[in-house]
Design a protein around this ligand. Structure first.
Ligand code: R5P
Length: 303
């Protein structure tokens, strides 16, 4: 087995390699002056099972392209099998044609990864489970919910309810609520299609009065959904709010807005690299390397 890292989240790739007690594969990723990406795989991959770790975080298109070019370079070295490890699968929110005239971008990215060709994909907490069906190759869909549940349990929070900030996240919230044996609350959110980063919360379904609301989402991007949800929950009488999400994209003013919102703690994972938050008391970053390493172990044992 050999693991190569793209440049989007090298610490996570290194942590996965550490869990597996191996070194990362040697490679160089240079840029031509016009921005063209030029990867160079510097060790033999012949007959090996090769894993490429790359999160599709910002700059998204750049990291997707880098991943595809690394994979092509590997393919030319005749590996036995090549697996894409995509801790954060960007473009997942474009999982359907929201309006006539729009692409189904998540499907396009899936096709690109198949063309390379990856033989299998490992990813985590996709925005929509149905995206697995966009691939014709096997997809291992991992979740960070157990890590999040264990962390919340260690905090011994009282009078907790798990809140889904939108109807699409009910299954995720229900699973977390079941793990913690607490009630679930659902918020109805509507996205403004003319401004994709804006959302409004309409109503809260469930009992929140005096409760410690723990919001669970897949992604925090601008933080708009969370800030609106926190506001609505506090107006509805919750005592405290804690926020959890697998993928902390944290675009634009998200870090500032979350830091200044009445939130106890923002719990995210390291699927997206945020070294600047490691010493920030407001944010808690849960490491996911062990979950990916376990999955890689299973694949190599059966390959
Ligand atoms: C949307 O359906 C997702 O589950 C997230 O709620 C959303 O992508 C978060 O985006 P933002 O932080 O920009 O509101």
């Amino acid at each position: 087995m050999i693991i190569f890292s793209g440049t989007s989240n090298e610490p996570l790739a290194q942590n996965i390699a550490n869990e597996l007690q191996i070194s990362l594969g040697k490679r160089e990723i240079a840029r031509f002056s016009d921005g063209e990406i030029r990867p160079w795989i510097q060790e033999s991959v012949r007959d090996k099972t090769v894993f490429v770790v790359q999160s599709f975080s910002q700059p998204l298109s750049e990291y997707i392209m880098e991943c595809i070019l690394i994979a092509d370079a590997i393919k030319r070295g005749a590996p036995k099998r090549m697996v894409g490890v995509i801790p954060y699968f960007g473009y997942a929110r474009q999982d359907k044609q929201h309006r006539i005239g729009e692409p189904v971008s998540a499907r396009v990215i899936a096709k690109l990864l198949e063309v390379v060709p990856f033989h299998e994909i490992i990813t985590m907490d996709l925005h929509n489970d149905a995206i697995v069906g966009f691939f014709r190759i096997p997809v291992v869909h991992l979740t960070a919910l157990t890590l999040i549940a264990n962390y919340l349990q260690s905090k011994q929070l009282e009078h907790v309810c798990i809140v889904s900030p939108d109807v699409g996240g009910v299954k995720r919230a229900r699973n977390l609520a079941l793990m913690l044996n607490v009630p679930i609350v659902v918020m109805e959110k509507k996205r403004n299609l003319n401004n994709t980063d804006e959302s409004e919360t309409y109503q809260i379904i469930g009992d929140v009065e005096g409760k410690h609301a723990v919001i669970i989402d897949d992604i925090i991007s601008t933080g708009g959904t969370i800030v609106h949800s926190v506001d609505s929950l506090l107006k509805a009488g919750v005592s405290k709010v804690t926020v959890c999400a697998t993928h902390g994209i944290l675009s634009g003013e998200a870090k500032y807005n979350l830091s200044h919102a009445p939130i106890e703690e923002v719990i995210i994972t390291d699927t997206i690299n945020h070294p600047e938050l490691l010493d920030d008391n407001k944010f808690r970053i849960l490491p996911v390397a062990s979950v990916f390493a376990e999955s890689i172990r299973t694949i190599t044992q059966t390959a």
